[in-house]
Design a protein. Structure first.
Length: 183
């Protein structure tokens, strides 16, 4: 079920951010202001898949992966907000590297290459992998849609085998088949 970032309470947002941070290994320490601002930037129904933080252009940025785009947010120390994003359809490549404690993530679109440095080592691979998976899902949406159809076919095949082996009667088989095909 989708989480409603735009209408969630502060408490529910904190729980969701904590869940994502735990999954990613991010401590949220340097990006609390950006996370508080994130719901204002998200589109209706847009889902946050992952986030991390690092240095880009001399400032600490929150890098957020959603099901639609990558959002870069930098909320200044006192005032101001820098924001940019790249639609996932425009991303050409994503890569990462790790060192002793920190690493870097590189995101390339047709026009630019963004490099985020001083990313916690433990989040680099997780973020890059989640981004790779999101890119794959955007580029091949039919593969995700075809999977349920394949599941129905395999279930029908198993039901037919159960019927052939006498485990199911013809009426039981027909009832189960009707349930499956009804959705």
């Amino acid at each position: 079920m989708a989480f409603d970032f735009k209408n969630a309470t502060r408490s529910d947002l904190k729980k969701e951010y904590d869940r994502i941070a735990k999954d990613m290994g991010d401590d949220q320490f340097f990006t609390k202001k950006e996370l508080n601002h994130l719901p204002e930037v998200l589109g209706d129904g847009e889902q946050v898949l992952a986030f991390t933080s690092g240095l880009m252009d001399g400032n600490t940025w929150l890098i957020t992966l959603t099901d639609r785009r990558i959002i870069f947010l930098d909320k200044g120390m006192i005032f101001g907000l820098k924001q940019s994003s790249i639609n996932l359809d425009k991303v050409n490549a994503v890569s990462g590297e790790t060192g002793i404690m920190f690493g870097a993530i590189r995101i390339e679109d047709g026009a630019t290459q963004r490099e985020i440095r001083n990313v916690w080592k433990k989040t680099v691979v997780k973020f890059v992998n989640k981004m790779r998976d999101a890119l794959e899902a955007r580029r091949h949406p039919t593969a995700a849609a075809a999977a349920p159809a394949n599941d129905v076919v395999s279930i029908l095949e198993r039901l037919a085998a159960l019927k052939a082996n006498g485990v199911l009667t013809a009426d039981e088989f027909d009832a189960q088949k009707a349930k499956l095909l009804a959705g």
